[in-house]
Design a protein around this ligand. Structure first.
Ligand SMILES: [Zn+2]
Length: 107
C-alpha cells in the first residue's frame, strides 16, 4: 500500500491582485472594482470584465469614489489625459447601477 501522506494543496489563488482605487486610494480586489481604459481613438471605455489590454485605471463600484475622483482628478492623473463630463456621466450611471444591484452581473 502506498500511503504517501502528502497534502495536495489545491492551487487556489490566495493572493488576489489588488488595485488602487482612483477615488478613495484604497487597495481593493479587482473584482470589487471596475476598470476604465483608454482606447486607441482617445476615448474611454468601461472594462467590466478586466480584459482590455490597455492602460487602465480602477475605481470601486460605488458612486462615492466617483465623486472623490472628480475632486482629486485621480482618474485623469491615472490615465494621463482629460476626461470629458460625458464620460463621467456614463461612469456615474454604471456605478449607480452597481449600487442598486442591477448592474451587469457577469455570471
Ligand atoms: Zn474607492
Amino acid at each position: 500500500m502506498n500511503t504517501t501522506k502528502k497534502s495536495i494543496m489545491k492551487t487556489k489563488p490566495k493572493n488576489k491582485p489588488l488595485r488602487k482605487c482612483v477615488g478613495c486610494n484604497e487597495m481593493k480586489e479587482k473584482e470589487s472594482m471596475i476598470r476604465v481604459t483608454k482606447d486607441v481613438l482617445g476615448g474611454f471605455q468601461i472594462d467590466e470584465t478586466h480584459t482590455v489590454q490597455s492602460r487602465g485605471a480602477y475605481i470601486c463600484k460605488n458612486a462615492d469614489c466617483l465623486k472623490k475622483t472628480l475632486k482629486n482628478k485621480g482618474l485623469e492623473r491615472s490615465l494621463k489625459c482629460k476626461i470629458s463630463d460625458d464620460f463621467y456621466q456614463t461612469l456615474e450611471q454604471v456605478l449607480n447601477a452597481y449600487e442598486n444591484g442591477s448592474g451587469a452581473v457577469s455570471s
